[in-house]
Design a protein around this ligand. Structure first.
Ligand SMILES: Cc1ncc(C[n+]2csc(CCOP(=O)(O)OP(=O)(O)O)c2C)c(N)n1
Ligand code: SF4
Ligand SMILES: [Mg+2]
Length: 285
């Protein structure tokens, strides 16, 4: 049995007080704990950003990779040892900007990892520039006259790439979010859990108040997450009292690793008893 306390470590958390990253970290810990996963079997892989610090604050294995590449690194970890539970985490800039291609490719491959995106609609670590999810018209240091582009819609993108698990949570709704992450981890395939998250330092639009007032849980409506077309309709909803959170769509499909024509176990599971490294060492004496 793993408790949430078992997943704490001694590192000092550097996030700003009130940051939405805190409850997301707690939700990840809660999901791991409730699933009874052993921390030694879990790897949290991040990119770079405020979100990228997550692996430092959880007592599992972890990798802080590079900006835009948590999904690529997490895919490698998973394929080297499919017995591990791999959770990729990153920001909206990381996953939907520089890492957008990796995100879409992993969705269509149905790689069996869970991807938690800390979507604060801003480049936070670099001090508040417009991100790919910033809404049109958003004024930041990089767009003082307002963002011109339409924002990336992660839900719609994942659905269009034949995603088999597409969900959105809100960091201010911890129990609901932990439930989504838990479901995502047990899903066999790529599970996107996009998380709406306030950045109290740089985003003064998608605040706690705004997101609390305007999100609603799909699970509390008659919505069923088994129809891709209906999920697209939900993915396009955004507005006052009209921001859906919850499981948009889920479908059972074989994962990427399930379909690999592996003749032998992956590298990390290869038996090593018969390997004699002496000749190799002698070569370098
Ligand atoms: C290849 C590369 N390009 C740019 C940067 C600079 N950089 C660091 S974090 C970041 C954006 C962070 O925004 P986001 O991914 O949304 O994460 P947040 O800080 O909001 O959690 C950028 C552009 C970098 N570290 N590496
Ligand atoms: S800058 Fe924003 S996202 Fe980064 S730690 Fe502070 S509140 Fe959180
Ligand atoms: Mg961000």
């Amino acid at each position: 049995m793993t408790s949430i306390k078992d997943l704490d470590n001694a590192n000092v958390i550097q996030w700003c007080p009130g940051c939405g990253d805190f409850p997301i970290l707690t939700a990840i810990k809660q999901a791991i704990s409730e699933l009874g996963l052993n921390p030694k079997d879990v790897v949290v892989v991040s990119g770079i950003g405020c979100s990228g610090k997550t692996p430092h604050y959880i007592n599992t294995y972890g990798v802080e990779s590079i900006h835009g590449r948590p999904v690529a690194a997490a895919t490698g970890v998973h394929l080297a040892n499919p017995n591990l539970t791999v959770i990729a985490v990153g920001g909206d800039g990381d996953g939907y900007g520089i890492g957008l291609n990796h995100f879409v490719q992993a969705v269509r491959r149905n790689v069996n990892i869970t991807y938690v995106v800390m979507n604060n609609h801003i480049y936070a670590l670099t001090k508040g520039q417009t991100s790919p999810t910033s809404l049109k018209g958003t004024k930041t240091k990089s767009t003082p006259h307002g963002a011109i582009e339409h924002p990336v819609n992660p839900m719609a993108l994942a659905l269009a790439a034949d995603g088999t698990f597409v969900a959105r949570g809100f960091s201010g709704n911890l129990k609901h979010l932990a439930g989504l992450i838990k479901k995502g981890i047990t899903h066999n395939g790529f599970a996107l859990v996009d998380v709406l998250q306030p950045c109290v330092s740089w985003n003064h639009e998608q605040t706690y108040e705004f997101l609390t007032e305007n999100t609603y849980e799909l699970e509390k409506s008659k919505y069923k997450p088994d129809n891709r077309d209906k999920a697209f309709e939900k993915a396009r909803e955004w507005g006052l009292k009209k921001i859906p959170i919850g499981l948009f769509y889920e479908e059972k499909q074989p994962s990427y690793a399930d379909q690999l024509p592996w003749a032998k176990p992956p590298v990390a599971l290869d038996p090593i008893d018969d390997i004699d490294i002496k000749p190799l060492l002698e070569k370098y004496y």
